[in-house]
Design a protein around this ligand. Structure first.
Ligand code: SF4
Ligand code: MG
Length: 328
């Protein structure tokens, strides 16, 4: 297996007064060709800043990629020129967001927008682009594509609009699709359909997907591996099965406890007490300590490293210190 995208010790900071506040603080991860990887955490954990960093879309100032590498097929994107990044965003890495209405132009038909997207990165005639637009609409599972392309965005449901955004993102045959909370604004049934669509595109086209979500239930459906982020750092990673069946980090355990269970409809939903700390507010100790029911003295004075527990399994928690030492 070969990594198509790799982050090496990425740090993205935001200037606040004289301080550089790290929103993403030393994140290393990889996505293999054709793999689906989930990044999970509450809002404010650094998930979206991570994905915007990959696309080099961090508003600067106040933001900047401070250190680390973003290696896409051997090329470090942190060093790429604006011109090269435009190429990467149009052709090689695509991104979709939570609310498709903000990315679609209300003044143009769906067909017009697809044709424009296609012609932006392919040298094809208008006729050919129109044909490809219809193929793309079919690809994302919309029936009667020939009619649909004459509609304006507001004439479509939220689910349909998200399908169109996926069609646009796929129009350049990207190698990586980054999806930031792609189903959060949709109701549960439509959510499942969009996830199915993403899974089938992954399988038929081999597109690697980085799925960013606050909802562990969403990653269960389509991801191979899961990365859990907290306060700008990776706190746990493993296969979907490992994470869901045997979460190691107290934060991951809390996320799983707060998933709604169909069998306990009557019970009040659990939520992890407290909130994610402001970036940069904790200088020493585990960043989860204030909210952790297992916290002990060392948690407030030592910074837990990411312990490798077994192959493709890691956890940033002092409870696992012994375990690592006995393994290695
Ligand atoms: Fe909890 Fe301590 Fe582990 Fe942090 S290091 S998650 S505070 S037990
Ligand atoms: Mg976000």
């Amino acid at each position: 297996e070969q990594a198509v995208l790799q982050l090496k010790n990425l740090q993205t900071t935001f200037q606040s007064g004289r301080r550089e506040i790290p929103a993403v603080d030393g994140v290393s991860l990889h996505i293999n060709k054709g793999e689906v990887v989930g990044i999970v955490g509450e809002s404010g954990c650094g998930k979206s800043v991570t994905s915007l960093s990959i696309m080099r879309l961090i508003p600067s100032p106040p933001g900047k990629i401070n250190s680390g590498e973003i290696v896409f097929k051997g090329e470090d994107l942190t060093k790429a020129s604006p011109k090269r990044m435009k190429q990467v965003r149009g052709k090689e890495i695509s991104m979709i967001f939570q609310e498709p209405m903000t990315s679609l132009n209300p003044l143009f038909t769906i067909g017009n927008q697809l044709v424009e997207a296609i012609r932006n990165h392919n040298k094809v005639s208008k006729k050919e682009a129109e044909k490809k637009a219809i193929d793309l609409v079919k690809l994302v599972g919309i029936p009667r594509a020939e009619e649909l392309i004459h509609n304006y965005p507001h004439q479509l449901s939220g689910g349909m609009r998200q399908r169109i955004m996926i069609a646009m993102a796929m129009s350049c045959d990207p190698e990586v699709l980054i999806a930031d909370e792609p189903t959060t604004a949709l109701d549960v049934t439509i959510q499942a359909q969009i996830l199915d669509l993403m899974k089938s595109l992954n399988q038929s086209k081999g597109t690697a997907i980085l799925l960013i979500t606050h909802d562990l239930g969403v990653v269960a459906d389509i991801c191979n591996r899961v990365i859990v982020m907290y306060a700008g750092q990776i706190v746990e990673e493993g296969t979907v099965r490992m994470i869901l069946k045997d979460p190691k980090h107290p934060y991951t355990q809390g996320l799983i406890r707060s998933l709604p269970k169909l069998t306990e409809r009557e019970q009040e939903l659990y939520s992890i007490p407290g909130t994610v700390p402001q970036p940069g507010s904790i200088e020493v100790g585990c960043r989860f300590a204030e909210r952790c029911e297992y916290a002990f003295d060392a948690c407030f004075t030592e910074n837990p490293p990411l312990f490798e527990l077994e192959e493709s399994r890691a956890c940033r928690c002092l409870l696992y210190r012994e375990e690592e030492e006995s393994v290695s």
